[in-house]
Write a protein that binds this ligand. Structure first.
Ligand SMILES: C[S@@+](CC[C@H](N)C(=O)[O-])C[C@H]1O[C@@H](n2cnc3c(N)ncnc32)[C@H](O)[C@@H]1O
Length: 693
């Protein structure tokens, strides 16, 4: 047994902490339970033990999954009831939920069944970032050790949900690729490293006075077990195929002679026939064998006049250099979109039809698109709202995209059923199981509504008032088990309350009891706003700290790393907007945008537009699903000369100065209805349906 590394003082401290039920500081934990050093490993600050990560000692726990929407696609699904899914949220929370394997949505479906994980995480360019003028710019991106540990924690949990014969493929670049390789060696075992595959980078010519322009990136391929096999891949030979003599060096007594159309051929001296008789028979059927006139001396010293030749295969095996296909594509407007040919190879390397593919840094959803087209099951996850809506649209419009087998043709099929899922949302059961009074207090607190004791208008109970002075009622879902907040309910309410409530009334109701997908419904100039009971677990109930994850405000920051700890709950931002329609233009005038949250770091209220992350637009809304057509980051909405991507703080200052933000659309691009989704930096949405008169 090795000696305890703690001093006497530290021992006393540890006992004290344990007796008071307190956590031990990291350094003491390691002294108590030292990591068994492997031959070598990557050492850096903040590296947590695998066991602690899996035991959620990193503060990240499994979260309830909530189905947001079911998309029926072609109306058909998998025979075994599997449903493909797009998950919105932090991937570590999602992976831990899969690892825990309790949530009914995924129980026994994902853990141990994923055949391939493909990830293309951000490249951790934080400390390398240079402004476009060569200066080092400020960036909020994770850097160095923080980046490596961010990826490592996810890889550790991901390995646990792979099937025993599964594979992982990780895309990286020179930035931190080599550190990540060592991490993969540690987690998956160096012996399970199969390949470094070289792929194309989008060709952006940078300065070349100090180094060559990096034109490639790479994929690391690892297996979970040492004996699992990949599928060999082939491609059409780039050079013209030709006829070759069918013999190879060195004599071999077992292949001295071979039969072609009942005639015996003897191999040339010092050589043997390249193929076995069986293989030759196959090639004959493929019409790839011919006989030509040629004089030679055979292995027995006899003169021969005719020899066998074969036609080269028009396919060649694919090796680890994949620079013959593009690494990126630009089909969606999402930055860093991987190319479909690349994902085709990735997926075909390690799966067959019906296998599950998981991508938890999914971006524009290239993995789901290709997996769907080549009949694999898929799960994709991303933390960005833009990514989420890009993927949703990509799957809804998949029939219009290119076929994988024949890229000159359209795919022409709708997707199979898929669901969109939120992570970190509140488990409704828990709220619903609260007694009625507790529920009311809970939701009033949640939405910051001051409660009234006994206020009634025209016989209808008014439960409270929001800070802006407008009234609020709590929809008594427990009385109406089989109905919901629909047009009929609102018409009835309006008939009673009419103009007695001013221009606005808030209705608090559980999300699944509200029939409207947008934020309010208007009747005769009174807007009925829905405050949907959030599903994200709140600090007060769970006694847990939480860190909200942020949405980027500019395209340059789409790839920032983000993670979430615990949960936060949705609160609609406040939006005031108006629409102006001219002869050929539609103008959306945004006059106000306030997040309902205070600034996470300072706790201060945020000023007008300061918290605006992006505006997403569906220009021809079909009343069922939001289908993203265009997006504008807050930065894109600044007057052109004020554009400022390099400094996040500058961007906020510029946003604050805006009196109004205008989005111009061309009228002929817009349908009768369109939907706008305004997103704040914490991912809260305000959805607004607009009708063009
Ligand atoms: C390089 S992009 C992936 C692009 C993708 N391969 C494609 O084909 O479009 C990386 C993605 O990781 C996402 N991301 C960053 N941190 C995340 C987290 N903690 N959980 C889930 N997704 C995250 C970003 O939003 C971004 O979309």
């Amino acid at each position: 047994m090795s000696k305890l590394l703690l001093t006497k003082k530290e021992v006393e401290f540890v006992i004290d902490q344990l007796q008071n039920g307190q956590q031990l500081p990291d350094d003491l934990q390691y002294k108590l339970f030292p990591v068994k050093q492997k031959e070598y490993e990557l050492v850096y600050g903040g590296k947590m033990r695998k066991e602690d990560i899996l035991a959620n000692e990193d503060g990240v726990s499994p979260v309830p999954l909530q189905v947001e929407k079911v998309f029926n696609g072609d109306g058909k699904g998998w025979n075994d009831n599997w449903r493909n899914m797009i998950v919105f949220g932090d991937n570590l929370q999602f992976l831990k939920t899969c690892y825990e394997n309790k949530d009914p949505l995924i129980k026994n479906k994902i853990k141990g069944n994923v055949k391939l994980i493909y990830i293309d995480p951000p490249f951790g360019t934080g400390d390398e970032y240079e402004g476009n003028k060569g200066q080092t710019g400020y960036t909020a991106k994770s850097q160095g050790a923080e980046f490596v540990e961010f990826i490592r924690r996810r890889i550790i949990v991901a390995k646990e949900i792979l099937s025993n014969d599964g594979f992982i493929i990780v895309r990286q670049a020179y930035n931190f690729g080599f550190e990540i390789k060592i991490i993969l060696d540690e987690v998956f075992n160096k012996n399970n490293f199969r390949n470094e595959i070289i792929i194309n980078k989008a060709n952006k010519q940078g300065a070349i006075d100090k180094r060559f322009n990096p034109s490639t990136e790479f994929l690391f391929l690892y297996s979970k077990a040492h004996d699992s096999q990949i599928n060999p891949l082939f491609k059409i030979r780039s050079k013209e195929v030709s006829w070759l003599d069918m013999h190879s060096p060195k004599e071999n007594k077992y292949s001295h002679s071979i039969n072609f159309h009942k005639r015996k051929f003897v191999a040339p001296k010092g050589r043997h026939w390249t193929f076995s008789q069986d293989r030759l028979n196959d090639l004959i059927k493929e019409q790839r064998i011919r006989v030509i006139d040629k004089n030679y001396v055979d292995v027995y010293g006899n003169k021969q006049k005719m020899i066998l030749q074969y036609l080269m295969d028009n396919r060649e095996t694919i090796e680890s250099n994949w620079t013959d296909i593009p690494g990126y594509s630009f089909l969606t407007k999402y930055p860093t979109e991987n190319s479909e040919p690349l994902l085709e190879r990735v997926i075909k390397t390690a799966t067959k039809e019906g296998d599950i593919v998981l991508d938890f840094f999914a971006g524009s959803g290239t993995t789901s698109s290709v997996a769907e087209k080549i009949n694999r099951k898929w799960i994709v996850c991303d933390i960005g709202k833009l990514a989420f809506y890009t993927m949703q649209k990509r799957m809804l419009h998949i029939h219009k995209s290119k076929s994988i087998e024949n890229p000159k043709k359209k795919y022409n099929k709708h997707s199979k059923t898929f669901i969109t899922v939120n992570t970190g949302w509140y488990d409704l059961e828990k709220v619903f199981n609260l007694r009625q009074e507790k529920y009311c207090n809970f939701v009033m607190e949640l939405f910051e509504v001051e409660s009234f004791k006994n206020k009634k208008i025209s016989g209808i109970s008014i439960d409270g008032q929001k800070k802006d002075g407008f009234y609020c009622i709590i929809y008594p879902y427990w009385q109406f088990k089989n109905s919901s907040v629909d047009e009929e309910y609102l018409d009835d309410l309006h008939a009673h309350l009419g103009k007695k409530i001013g221009s606005r009334l808030y209705i608090i109701a559980p999300n699944n009891y509200v029939d409207f997908s947008f934020s309010y419904h208007e009747i005769n100039n009174v807007r009925y706003y829905f405050l949907k009971v959030p599903y994200q677990i709140i600090k007060e109930l769970h006694k847990k700290d939480f860190k909200k994850f942020r949405q980027p405000q500019s395209k340059g920051n789409v790839n920032d790393l983000e993670d979430a700890v615990g949960f936060h709950f949705m609160r609609q931002p406040q939006v005031k907007s108006a629409i102006k329609v001219n002869k050929d233009k539609v103008e959306i005038h945004i006059k106000e945008f306030y997040s309902d949250f205070t600034e996470e770091e300072s706790g201060n209220d945020m000023e007008n537009f300061e918290s605006l992350a992006m505006v997403l637009i569906d220009k021809n809304f079909n009343d069922t699903a939001f289908e993203l057509d265009d997006y504008y980051f807050a930065e894109d909405l600044l007057p052109k000369k004020k554009k400022s991507t390099e400094y996040e703080d500058n961007l906020k200052e510029e946003l604050k100065k805006q009196k109004e933000i205008v989005i111009n659309l061309s009228k002929n691009e817009c349908g009768k209805k369109f939907m706008l989704v305004y997103v704040d930096i914490y991912g809260n949405e305000f959805k607004e349906k607009m009708i063009l008169q």
